[in-house]
Design a protein around this ligand. Structure first.
Ligand code: ATP
Ligand code: MG
Length: 256
């Protein structure tokens, strides 16, 4: 049963088509890696999944519901660069994220504030940041800051986590420990995850499916022409054998 359904999705910026003919069905709890050349529209696709931007045409439904264009708590996002608030302590960062999701724009009072602080502390304990709750993000290592960013995205208890090159700026050791952290989170929460990465090993290691974004046709006279689509849908749990070879979408390296 499809949880996230993307049908005939297309996004243009001005005269340029960035992505087109995107059709994909994702079950709840699946981990999807998105790979593809720089500039092919992976982040654009995530922004559409986040409902931060509207498609030029086509639809996305989550649990059968069409996107409304209104802010929604089903999805949380983490970017490559740490998106935490530098002027707030680690704990306050989580409390603020909780407050935002409750529509109170960063302000919680009385019991609600106490409860949010207690919940923030237990979230931090769970992700191994309890001991630095009173510190500021600048005093944390890269891996710790990125764990904080993930914890912030999780404050709203989203059913879908969107990760845009979340570990791209981390050293190899920290990256490995973040992989473990993410795998554990998945088991605990049953979240559906979409992760953009340029690291193919990481893509196949963490995901159930690896979707490749590419242009089906390249025009040698105009490399900007035409949008990217999903050219391969690999089963990462079965030696990377494609679920489907999307014949009509594979590269021909020439214009028609
Ligand atoms: N708001 C915008 N207005 C106009 N063009 C945009 C906008 N956002 C992105 N683009 C263009 O859309 C194309 C796809 O960008 P996008 O950031 O989605 O690529 P990407 O696959 O995430 O690349 P990278 O791997 O480098 O992060 C790029 O050519 C970019 O310049
Ligand atoms: Mg990007």
């Amino acid at each position: 049963m499809s949880f996230v359904t993307v049908s005939n999705l297309r996004k243009d910026y001005g005269p340029r088509t960035i992505i087109e003919n995107i059709n994909v069905e994702v079950e709840e709890g699946q981990f999807i890696s998105l790979v593809g050349a720089s500039g092919c529209g992976k982040s654009t696709f995530l922004r559409l999944l986040l409902d931060q931007e509207r498609p030029t045409s086509g639809t996305i439904t989550v649990d059968g519901e069409l996107f409304s264009g209104e802010p929604c708590q089903t999805r949380g996002i983490v970017f490559q660069r740490y998106s935490v608030f530098p002027h707030m302590t680690v704990r306050a960062n989580i409390v603020a994220a909780t407050a935002f999701t409750q529509g109170t724009w960063g302000w919680l009072f009385g019991n609600a504030k106490k409860q949010a602080q207690a919940e923030a502390q237990s979230t931090l304990d769970r992700i191994g940041l309890g001991h630095v709750a009173a510190q500021y993000p600048a005093s944390l290592s890269g891996g710790m800051q990125q764990r904080l960013a993930i914890a912030q995205a999780l404050a709203a208890k989203p059913r879908i986590l969107l990760l845009d090159e979340p570990f791209g700026a981390l050293d190899p050791g920290t990256k490995l420990s973040m992989h473990g952290f993410l795998e554990q989170l998945r088991v605990e929460t049953g979240m559906t995850v979409f992760m953009v990465t340029h690291d193919l090993e990481e893509a196949f290691k963490l995901a159930d499916r690896v979707l490749v974004f590419d242009k089906p046709k390249w025009d040698p006279d105009d490399l900007e022409k035409g949008g990217a689509t999903i050219t391969y849908d690999f089963d990462a749990r079965n030696d990377g054998i494609p679920f489907q070879t999307l014949q009509e979408n594979t590269n021909v390296f020439k214009s028609d």
